[in-house]
Design a protein around this ligand. Structure first.
Ligand code: CA
Length: 227
């Protein structure tokens, strides 16, 4: 599978939005499958093995977060969630349940395509058991635990490294505050302000311009992602 000839399962109960998604994806040479309910989505997943699931959180038969849990029991398939504006809590819950990313309705085709490509690439990188991350001037060797910016070694504190490691393992994916606090501090109830301080320190070391970060990006109200 490359990111270009992927099959995408559209799970959406509203026919006009489903039609729009089908047309947009077809115009970008994706193959599509469609489901109107959670039950149909699980059946399609079992029988057709799509490369990505595009999932509306408001379905008639099952809560979106519960459906993500059921999908995760069956498959590591990337899940991009479609949510409505103002559904911040639902978005965070969906990411914590195992979704890879989200797009807020109404969405633009360019944004949707970019999110799908990132999620598909993220999965390919994981399948290839990539043991590092490289983008422009930043390289992270997860085996040797070495971080370089350009030709310079970057010295990180153990917590800064753990934070960057989590972001690198899931490069491209939005990691929620809760995920990072759980994985780096082993404690989800730590004040997210603490995380903000470490992200700021990390940017001082890995970004060419820490005030305009190009690698460690903020997803407002949700979390962070490495690109
Ligand atoms: Ca809906």
């Amino acid at each position: 599978m490359t990111t270009d000839d992927a099959t995408i399962l559209i799970v959406e109960d509203e026919p006009p939005i489903r039609r729009l998604l089908r047309a947009t994806l077809a115009a970008h040479d994706y193959r599509t499958l469609e489901a109107e309910t959670g039950a149909q989505a699980l059946a399609a997943l079992r029988h057709h093995k799509p490369d990505l699931v595009l999932l509306d959180l408001g379905l008639p038969d099952i809560d979106g977060q519960a459906l993500i849990g059921r999908i995760r029991e069956l498959s590591p398939v990337p899940i991009v969630v479609l949510s409505s504006r103002g559904e911040e809590t639902a978005k965070v819950a969906a990411l914590d349940a195992g979704a890879d990313d989200y797009v807020t309705k109404p969405f633009g085709a360019a944004e949707l395509m970019a999110r799908l490509r990132t999620a598909l690439r993220h999965r390919l990188a994981q399948q290839g058991a990539e043991r590092g991350f490289t983008s422009d001037d930043l390289s992270i060797d997860l085996v040797r635990r070495v971080v370089r910016r350009g030709s310079e070694d970057v010295k990180l504190s153990p917590k800064e490294y753990d934070l960057l490691e989590q972001l690198a393992i899931h490069a491209g994916k939005v990691l929620t505050h809760k995920h990072l606090l759980r994985e780096v501090w082993r404690n989800e109830s730590v004040d997210p302000q603490y995380l903000r301080v470490y992200v700021r320190q990390l940017r001082q070391k890995v970004e060419a311009d820490p005030s305009a970060p190009r690698h460690v990006l903020t997803e407002p109200g949700v979390g962070y992602r490495l690109v």
